[in-house]
Design a protein around this ligand. Sequence first.
Ligand SMILES: Cc1cc2nc3c(=O)[nH]c(=O)nc-3n(C[C@H](O)[C@H](O)[C@H](O)COP(=O)(O)O)c2cc1C
Length: 183
Amino acid sequence: MTILHIDASINGENSASRAISRSIVDQLTIEIGGGEILYRDLAADPLPHLTLDAFADTSALDEFLGADTIVIGAPMYNFTLPTQLKAWIDRIVVAGRTFRYTETGPEGLVPGKRVIIALARGGFYNQGSPAAAFEHLETYLRGVFGFLGIEPEFVAADGLSVSPEQREISIKVALGETVRLAA
Ligand SMILES: Cc1cc2nc3c(=O)[nH]c(=O)nc-3n(C[C@H](O)[C@H](O)[C@H](O)COP(=O)(O)O)c2cc1C
């Protein structure tokens, strides 16, 4: 089994999404007893913004297509995903490779993959709350992976900017969730 592990936080060792994505990969590795892990740090080694020429570089797409499981650390920046992660999404959403248009509408071409996403958000965006309309991270990722034929799983640490106590509790709960996910 090949796991593709992606991080995008600019916060280095203080990053919650990095800690949670790492824990997911660790738990999966224990569960399956090995496997190949490919790691891409989009903050340390960013992909350039998409250009027509950039489509010629299929390295990110090939990595994605070759992976059975993809684990993504996704912090919320300005209500959505970091541009570093968006640049990666732009490389893997490719007509004819990961989706196609048919007479009955678009069709995802990579249904067999497991995608697990570690969300880290400063606030709370629960359904029905006033902030819910500003949530464009989880909703976007659910939509774009759904477009490819994948239903992503999420582990979320929320309210990380509310207080140090809340941050500690949210990260602890999310790290606990990673054990359940891998089982
Ligand atoms: C540039 C920047 C923008 C942010 N924008 C938001 C935001 O719009 N909404 C929110 O709830 N939290 C926001 N935050 C808080 C982060 O989501 C929070 O700190 C989270 O822990 C970041 O993930 P990380 O710890 O993996 O870096 C922002 C943080 C940064 C650095």
